[in-house]
Write a protein that binds this ligand. Structure first.
Ligand code: 4AD
Ligand code: MG
Length: 452
């Protein structure tokens, strides 16, 4: 039978069954009479030990080559593994030119070095683990929403709106080779989406609870460790919510349930990331999972920051956005427990957030979740569901024409609703303790870089 490495490793009481395994050679060790190979096919962190006798030509069996091994699966003598494969036939499928292969045998390459080779770094243990965790977390998020009665919506990638109003849009146009009869392919300027929220709001008006999980794009000209030009966002929208409390409960549950599923489905991969990339991260993560997340208002946050203003490059001030350094300080101040910051000044937030109608302060029902190591992980809000207030705001901002359809929704069975978006790469950074966002996405896109 043909087995994946993970399946072979899982065989209990192996008793010489005939199997075929395919993969890439991760290590070669030759002793007097025997040759030990480790073969990995990406199904697990662990590789399968292959034992071959000296009749095999070891010059062909080099690190990085792809092989097919046929043999008998037997109980291993060594304590390090349960089973090993006694080779009867080894075929090299593709030879690896070790001299020019950027991944060197037995070397632990730094993540910055590996970043130069997005087409090869997935062959290392550390990227293998990160990307398997990414895959498990994706499945866990879908299963959380499915288990809780959310309908999955494919929101469009190409859109004519700028949901966040921050102007960080990539414009979409056909290549100049394509002849379009009109001046413009879509008749209106079109962009890569910065958020699926507005489309989700449409759908929450029919399905009550919806989510989307796809790529989003921001032309953010920053070289930071937590921004990408293309990132994945998990977004949920819920109708009939009464308060920010309702939203925060879902955010906290999503974070904790997803993380628990990841921890139970791929513990070895998580452990490897923690061990190599962030010693102590296991305890920090447990600390986040076992404590209730905290809640403070934006106004309280500014008070806390003002007490410590000597620590900052940017002076904290009411009415000004929180900087990364401020977010980090707040999380520390909260004992490294994730903290929701709620009720931001209206002027700092997009047009769709619900007015708190609190007089001169003028805040909106916004919520950001700040987490250790990363800062802002979630952004969300109650949405302005009241026709007249939304109309006034759109008029004031000169957005009425563009968002007439959005305003219309408030006349056709409008309900209190709200939602949030979680940056998926930042989530992975947070649980695994990965310092740079470029290392948790297979093919990172950022200013001055679009490799492959
Ligand atoms: O706070 P943001 O901009 O919120 C929205 O887009 C809302 N429309 C979401 C909603 O309510 N449905 O983005 C949400 C999250 C941020 O908290 C952050 O984690 C992540 O998306 N994010 C980025 N991640 C990587 N690179 C970037 N350039 C990011 N910009 C935002
Ligand atoms: Mg935000």
């Amino acid at each position: 039978a043909k087995l994946r490495v993970r399946e072979a490793l899982g065989v209990r009481d192996a008793s010489g069954e005939c199997v075929t395994v395919q993969g890439w050679i991760r290590s070669v060790r030759s002793q007097k009479e025997v040759l030990f190979l480790h073969v990995n096919d990406g199904s697990s962190l662990e590789s399968l030990q292959v034992v071959a006798d000296s009749s095999f030509d070891s010059r062909e069996l080099v690190f990085g080559s792809s092989v097919q091994v046929q043999g008998q699966l037997v109980k291993s003598q060594s304590k390090r593994q349960n089973v090993e494969l006694k080779a009867e036939k080894i075929e090299v499928i593709g030879h690896c030119e070790a001299k020019i292969f950027p991944i060197k045998y037995k070397e632990r390459h730094p993540l910055e070095y590996l970043r130069q080779y997005p087409h090869l770094r997935c062959r290392t243990n550390v990227l293998g683990s990160i990307l398997r965790v990414r895959s498990e977390a994706t499945a866990a998020i879908h299963s959380y929403f499915k288990d809780n009665g959310f309908v999955h919506i494919h929101t469009p990638v190409i859109t004519s709106n700028d949901c966040e109003g921050a102007g960080e849009l990539f414009q979409v146009e056909p290549s100049s080779k394509i002849k379009v009869p009109e001046e413009n392919f879509f008749n209106v300027p079109a962009f890569l989406t910065v958020s699926g929220q507005l489309h989700l709001e449409v759908m929450s008006g029919a399905f009550t609870q919806v989510f989307t999980f796809g790529p989003t794009f921001r032309a953010e000209n920053s070289q930071s460790r937590r921004h990408l030009a293309e990132f994945y966002m998990v977004e949920a929208e819920i109708s009939f919510v009464e308060s920010l409390q309702d939203l925060m409960q879902v955010m906290e549950e999503l974070f904790k349930a997803t993380t628990e599923m990841v921890l139970s489905n791929c513990p070895e991969d998580v452990e490897l990331c923690h061990k190599f990339l962030a010693p102590g991260q296991k305890d920090r993560l447990e600390h986040m999972l076992k404590n209730r997340f905290l809640i403070i208002s934006y106004t309280e946050a500014i008070e806390i920051l003002k007490q410590a203003s000597q620590n900052f490059t940017f002076t904290p001030e009411w009415g000004v956005d929180l900087q990364t350094e401020h977010e980090k300080y707040l999380v520390k101040h909260c004992g490294n427990i994730p903290v929701f910051v709620i009720n931001y000044p209206s002027a700092l937030k997009p047009f769709y957030m619900r007015d708190n109608e609190d007089g001169p302060q003028h805040t909106v029902a916004a919520v950001d979740l700040l987490v250790p190591g990363v800062g802002e992980l979630f952004g969300g809000s109650l949405r302005e569901d009241r026709y007249h207030i939304l109309k006034q705001r759109l008029d004031r901002l000169g957005l009425r024409e563009a968002y007439q359809w959005y305003l219309d929704l408030r006349q056709f069975g409008s309900v209190p609703h709200g939602g949030f978006g979680m940056g998926f790469e930042r989530y992975l950074q947070c649980i695994l303790g990965v310092d740079n966002i470029k290392d948790v996405i297979p093919f990172p896109r950022f200013t001055h870089s679009c490799l492959l």
